[in-house]
Every structure is written in C-alpha cells, then in structure tokens.
Design a protein around this ligand. Structure first.
Ligand code: BG6
Length: 487
C-alpha cells in the first residue's frame, strides 16, 4: 500500500480538476487506494470559491462519476481528504504562506505532488514561486499536462523553465492515454505472448492503423482548441505514444528508463514528413454540419462562432518507421472530432498467405486481422479464415475470435486513467509518464507539418457524423488499403 501523500491541484476549480481529477481520487478512495493521512489540496483564486468548494466538489462528483458510483457515505469520508486553499498561482504574494503552513504540518519526507492543472504558459512561474517559497522538498514531484507548448521551441522553453526547479526524475508529464488499462494491456499482449512476439514485423504485417475517433465537437474549449487543432491536441501526444507502444522493441526490463528509451527510438526512426511530403501523406479536415446519431449537429465554424478558421478537427497520416523491423510497413494514424462513432483502436493487418492452394470457387482468402479496441468496449478480435461448416463444398469464410476483456473482470474496478497516473505520481513511479526527450522528438516530427500547413492549403471538409474527408480514403487507396471502420 502506498504511503500517505499530499496532492496540490493548482487550478482546482477548473474543468479538468472537476471532471477528471476529483473523480479519480474519489475512486481511489472507494477502492481503498487513498491512504489515510493523505490530503487533496485544490487551489482556487478567491476566498468565496474556497468556502463553496466542498459543495462544488460534491456537485462535480455527482455529475461526472458513472451511474451508481456516488454515495453519501463514501462522499462524507472522501470530503475529509479535501483541503481547499486560496492561491493566485502567478502572484508571489497570493496567499502562498497558507499553503506552506498546511504542507508543513506534516513530515518533511511526506510525498508531495504538485499537479499543474493550468495553462502551460504559467507552468514556469508557478514552479518558480514554489521554489522561492521553499515548498519543493526532496520527495516533491510536479505533474504537467499535455500539450506542452505549441511547437518544439515553446515546449523546450517550458520544459527548460520547469527543469530549473525540478530534476527530470521529479517531473511527471502526463498523457492520460498511457494510464488507460487497455493501453497498458498492449504491452502485456506484445511482451507476454510468443504468438505476437514472433509475428510482429514487416515479414508478417502488411499495415497498421491506429485510430482515435470521437463524436464530441468543440465542447466548451474554443479558446484552446482553435489555437491547437487535432495535430497538437491528439497526434503529438496520444497517437504518437500509441504508435510507440505498438512499434517499439521489447524493453529489457519493465522500468521507466528502459520503456522510455525504446519509445524514443521509435520517434527517432519516424521518417520525417516535410514540404510536399506533408501534402502527399497527410490529410487534414474540418467538420461541417451533419447528422450524428439521428441529430443534426452544427459544423466547426458554427460552434466556434467565427466566419473562418483553418484549424483542423481531423488528421490522417501515412507514416513510416525506418528501421529493420518495420521497413516498408505503412502506419496509418487517424483522429477526428464529430466522427460517426467514438472508438479508439489498433488494427493490425497481416500479409496474405504466401501461396494460395485453393481455386477461385472457394472464395477469396482474406488476410488475418488483429483488432485491439481500447474504447468504448475493451476487446481483442482476431479474424481467421475457416471452412464453412454448413455445406459439403469447400468454401472459405472469415471468422472472428472475440475476447471481451471487461466481461472477464468484476465491475467493482473502475478503469480510470487519471486515478492510475495520479497514484503513480504519488508513488514516484514514472514508467507511464513522458520523458523530456520524447516530447522534444515528437515535436521535431510535428513541427514541419505545422510549418507546411501555415503556408499552404486548407482543411478538407467532412460532414459531422461521417468517417472523415474522402481524401483520407484516397490516401489509403494509393496503397490498396482501406480504413477499418466500426459499424
Ligand atoms: C484530450 C484532448 O487529451 O483527450 C481532447 O485534449 C480529447 O480533445 C480527449 O477529447 C480524448 O480522451 P478520451 O480519453 O476521452 O479518449
């Protein structure tokens, strides 16, 4: 069991804190994973917000927990862990002494986590004040959210500033996808099954698709999203991290350094896409009004309330990893908002059999396909060819082995990425967090794409409720491939 810890949530009244961080800690409590003596210290900017905070937190849990998760008995006990504090994060005189007094009530070596649920532009200032106020102890850690920066240069600047006050081992850069149970299961599948170990390279695999499709639109994040777009919001982090886990070599041990070193090698081997290679290998899109689940939903510009914007809400990329294992295998990465279905999955398409012993009358032999669905359902499907069993003829048809992971385990465990990652930060386990070198390398690959888009072209339009622009289908057709779309 973890030792008691203090977690200070800067931006405690913000959307992320209320929607994700508090529910994560509440679930940790319900499962017996929030050690007694721990404290959760959300910061708010005004005294009145502090007075209301317990009520605000209760409302947030009621709204954002799943059905049946909230109950008054657990809430009463959980609320005892909450210690709201007033702080103006960018003002050195803004009540920091109150926080210091509270933190110093407990032993100096108690684990201290500073969770910066703030805009990246103020990470540096906040760390500087923490240091000036002597709040950073040897057992302190800082957690920062993605995307760090808007380009490689700004990311370096932010990371550099944080590094003035915290050692790299104390910096926990979150990518919540790495906290998803199913994403960790990717490593388990790859590295504990000889079946996959031996069939995981260019000799056996024809192409790999990694897709994260969402049905939500802009939500209430216009200010952030219109500046970021899907490339920075989803590709630079979540999609590239998934790509790393799918493509990396086996780490020699399952510790943070080995895993991060292997992920970094994948990022280094990603073939750069510059100038017209960007036009030829990437499709960006923006949604226009369309029908989603039987309802007409507005387009991006209508949601934004602006006449024009070049921001992409969809990206599809044909990428290559230039190493021995993956030579010649296209990796298709795709993400989009307001798409037909919410789904995150990895589709591995195997090569056709090397010699077909059947004649045409038995039907085409389809290549084997492995689909690892991360959400909303957590399933693993393997499609194989089989003889039809309902007649005497020799006819082939594809059949699918389907493993429903959620059915294998009890429902009392709530898979919650933030819960896992916050507890890992408290336990000083950085394996599922991102090293500064990975951030740098990922931006190095993304920067030329942004540069090209700034000077050339506009997003292709796609209807809300569709699978994205037609150009993205054509991108795959060039290699005789098609997107694997659910339903
Ligand atoms: C976040 C992005 O990191 O991930 C959001 O900023 C996106 O735009 C979200 O909606 C998707 O996360 P999940 O866990 O719902 O797939």
């Amino acid at each position: 069991m973890l030792n008691p810890f203090d977690i200070v949530i800067f931006g405690g009244g913000g959307d992320l804190a209320l929607r994700k961080l508090l529910p994560a800690m509440y679930r940790a409590y319900q499962e017996g994973n929030l050690p007694e003596g721990s404290r959760i210290l959300p910061t708010v900017r005004e005294e009145s917000k502090k007075q209301e905070y317990i009520e605000t937190a209760q409302q947030a849990l009621k709204s954002f927990l799943g059905e049946g998760e909230f109950n008054n008995r657990d809430w009463k006990a959980f609320s005892q862990y909450l210690v709201p504090v007033v702080i103006n994060v960018t003002e050195p005189d803004g009540h920091w002494d109150e926080l210091r007094v509270i933190l110093q009530q407990d032993a100096e070596d108690k684990s201290r986590v500073f969770y910066l649920s703030l805009p990246p532009a103020v990470y540096g200032t906040c760390c500087e004040i923490l240091s000036k106020k002597k709040l950073i102890t040897a057992t302190s850690r800082v957690v920062v959210e993605k995307p760090i920066g808007y380009c490689g240069e700004s990311a370096e600047e932010i990371n550099g500033k944080i590094a003035q006050y915290f050692a790299e081992e104390q910096i926990f850069r979150i990518d919540h996808y790495l906290g998803k149970e199913t994403v960790q299961n990717l490593m388990a599948l790859r590295f504990s099954n000889a079946l996959f170990e031996n069939l995981w390279d260019a000799k056996s695999i024809d192409n790999i698709q990694i897709s994260i499709s969402e049905t939500v639109g802009l939500e209430s994040r216009a200010g952030f999203y219109d500046k970021a777009g899907a490339l920075r919001d989803m590709v630079q982090n979540h999609l590239l991290q998934l790509l790393c886990l799918v493509a990396m070599e086996s780490p020699h041990k399952l510790n943070a350094n080995s895993i991060r070193a292997e992920k970094l090698k994948v990022l280094e081997a990603l073939r750069p896409l510059v100038d017209e290679q960007v036009d030829n290998n990437i499709v960006r899109g923006q949604y226009v009004p369309g029908e989603l689940s039987g309802k007409l939903v507005p387009g991006y510009l209508e949601e934004l309330g602006e006449g024009s914007s070049k921001t992409e809400t969809y990206v599809a990329i044909r990428a290559h990893i230039d190493n021995w294992r993956w030579a010649g295998v296209p990796f298709y990465l795709r993400t989009g908002k307001r798409m037909k279905k919410r789904c995150a999955e990895i589709v591995v398409e195997y090569k056709p059999v090397s010699h077909n012993v059947y004649d045409e009358s038995v039907g085409p032999i389809q290549p084997n396909r492995l689909v690892i669905r991360l959400q909303p359902e957590e399933t693993i499907q393997l499609t194989l060819m089989s003889k039809r069993m309902d007649n005497l003829n020799m006819e082939l048809q594809p059949v699918t082995l389907n493993i429903e992971l959620s059915e294998q385990y009890g429902s009392s465990f709530h898979s919650d990425a933030y819960k896992r990652l916050m507890l890992d930060a408290a336990a000083n386990n950085p394996a599922l967090f991102i090293h500064r070198d990975e951030v740098r390398q990922a931006w190095q690959w993304i920067d030329p794409i942004i540069e090209r888009w700034q000077s050339k072209g506009t997003p292709a339009l796609y209807r809300a409720g569709s699978w994205g622009p037609e150009d993205a289908d054509e991108l795959l057709q060039e290699n005789n491939h098609t997107w694997f779309n659910v339903g």
